[in-house]
Design a binder for this molecule. Structure first.
Ligand code: BEZ
Length: 203
């Protein structure tokens, strides 16, 4: 398998952590995009993914898979280890919803990053940034207040939550997301110590 990746992307990190937790990282050749900008088509990525987005995985059979949700499901399937995403429906849909919540935070966080760091200053839209920030804080509150019980397991939901919290630390070290969220803080402290997290840390 080959993976178009850039370690800064939280979506890519979800895939990289999953491969490591499944013990199949040696089967995934990681192709670094180099500089990856939202306003420029990256030729090598577009050649495989018409959306020009990462991550994109090329399987050993030559199929191209995207986005990160499809890729992690494929990795779980191909490793033959359903612990990270069981078939049993109650567990499965709770995990998928946790994953969707984390991916929604990642969507807003990457969008906020582009708006505040890359968009020319005279074109920035503060209301847009405020809305993304509120969305993220609201979702973090939901994780703390309503879903903390789900954070003790290792699955693709908790992997996604850890990856996006790592992204917040990476891009906004002063965000202060831990304040008033002791359960989320404790979850992240434990999870961040895992080898899969340490070896995928963006620089
Ligand atoms: C980032 O640098 O924050 C980033 C890079 C690629 C995809 C998403 C985010």
């Amino acid at each position: 398998m080959k993976l178009h990746h850039n370690p800064a992307s939280p979506f890519v990190r979800i895939v990289r952590i999953t491969a490591r937790e499944l013990g199949i990282e040696d089967q995934v050749e990681e192709i670094h995009t180099g500089v990856f900008l939202p306003v420029e088509a990256h030729a090598a990525v577009v050649a495989d993914n018409p959306l020009g987005r990462i991550p994109a995985l090329i399987t050993d059979h030559g199929y191209v898979l995207y986005d990160s949700r499809v890729i992690v499901e494929y990795l779980v399937h191909s490793a033959g280890n359903l612990d990270l995403l069981p078939h049993e429906p109650v567990a499965r849909f709770a995990i998928l919803t946790l994953q969707a919540l984390a991916q929604g935070i990642a969507d807003s966080a990457v969008s906020l990053r582009y708006e505040t760091a890359l968009r020319p200053e005279n074109l920035r839209w503060p209301d847009w940034s405020d809305r993304q920030t509120a969305r993220i804080d609201n979702a973090l509150d939901t994780l703390e207040n309503d879903r903390a019980d789900e954070l003790s397991a290792l699955n693709i939901g908790t992997i996604s939550v850890a990856a996006v919290l790592g992204y917040l630390d990476f891009r906004w070290p002063d965000w202060g997301w831990r304040e008033g969220r002791p359960k989320l803080q404790s979850f992240y402290e434990d999870f961040a110590a895992r080898p899969s997290m340490k070896s995928t840390m963006p620089e």
